[in-house]
Design a protein around this ligand. Structure first.
Ligand SMILES: Nc1ncnc2c1ncn2[C@@H]1O[C@H](COP(=O)(O)OP(=O)(O)OP(=O)(O)O)[C@@H](O)[C@H]1O
Length: 280
């Protein structure tokens, strides 16, 4: 498996290690992950519960720091930034979409979309924002407040807000977790369109093979390690891969040195399970 950083990565981590706690309570959430998220692509991060997906996303996005290794956004090493510069980088160069929408209830749809720009004191590119409003299909809702919208519409506002400042990369953490399947598919379609039609970059954590199938590529984590990458995923292939990872994990107590089965025929050099940090 090729784990070298991608040349034109919008974001990447190299030899990423994240350890929570110490001594008996130590959890090695990331155990030497090297992965690049290519610019202009939609990448999904999948893996069993507790495999380190959220930790990887948070560290790659500058929301949390690594214990060792490095993380970069668009060529800027995050470890070289003090807190103020890191805050500015997150504000100006990273967009976020969370499961819980995180809209401000007192602001209108239009105000929520431009909030990051308003906080930064910049006007933003009005043509770009206008185009975004059409892409997310909210033109007739611009003066509504979040409570007057469906969950799917609220998440579409959050998607528009994430892209409003043309960030280097948008990180989405289970963006369809609170949506019914139809609204979820709409939001995933939007993320895909933003990447393919508007040349954006998206990195999405998901549990859902159907959601991952909207991505260009899926990276799989198991026990804090990168164990596989899949180009052009389908829900069926992702599901098969996840079943293999889950099966491997349940084998861990009996076979502590056994690697994760690899159904893709890809050499699997990093697949020794980490028995630390695996929730029961
Ligand atoms: N703040 C924390 N303190 C201690 N341990 C943590 C902390 N955050 C995460 N962990 C542990 O790190 C490991 C990876 O957690 P993480 O949330 O990244 O996994 P995940 O793949 O996103 O899981 P899920 O799919 O269940 O959301 C788990 O064993 C988890 O219990």
């Amino acid at each position: 498996m090729n784990t070298a950083p991608v040349a034109h990565a919008a974001a990447r981590v190299v030899d990423a290690v994240k350890v929570y706690g110490s001594g008996d309570t130590e959890v090695r959430a990331l155990d030497g992950v090297t992965v690049g998220f290519p610019a202009g692509r939609f990448t999904a991060i999948m893996g069993p519960s507790g495999s380190g997906k959220s930790t990887l996303m948070h560290c790659a996005a500058g929301l949390d720091t690594l214990t060792s290794g490095s993380a970069a956004i668009g060529g800027t090493e995050l470890s070289t930034l003090d807190d103020r510069r890191l805050t500015v980088l997150r504000r100006d160069r990273v967009g976020f979409v969370f499961q819980s929408f995180n809209l401000l209830p007192t602001l209108t749809v239009a105000e929520n979309i431009t909030l990051p720009l308003d906080l930064a004191g910049v006007r933003g590119d009005t043509e770009w924002i206008d185009a975004l409003v059409d892409v997310v299909g909210l033109r007739d809702r611009l003066h509504h407040r979040p409570a007057e919208l469906s969950g799917g519409q609220q998440q579409r506002v959050a998607v528009a807000r994430a892209f409003a400042g043309r960030p280097d990369v948008v990180f989405a953490d289970e963006p369809t977790g609170n949506l019914d399947s139809r609204s979820g598919a709409e939001v995933l379609g939007l993320l895909g369109r933003a990447v393919r039609q508007m040349d954006r970059t998206v990195v999405m954590v998901t549990h859902d093979p159907g959601a991952a199938a909207h991505a260009d590529e899926v990276v799989f984590l198991a026990d804090g390690r990168l164990v596989d990458r899949m180009q052009g995923p389908t829900a069926e292939r992702v599901l098969d891969r996840m079943k293999a990872l889950d099966g491997a994990r349940s084998d861990v107590p009996d076979h502590p040195t056994q690697g994760v089965p690899n159904t893709q025929g890809v050499p699997n050099t990093q697949a020794v399970p980490n028995t630390q940090g695996v929730p029961s």
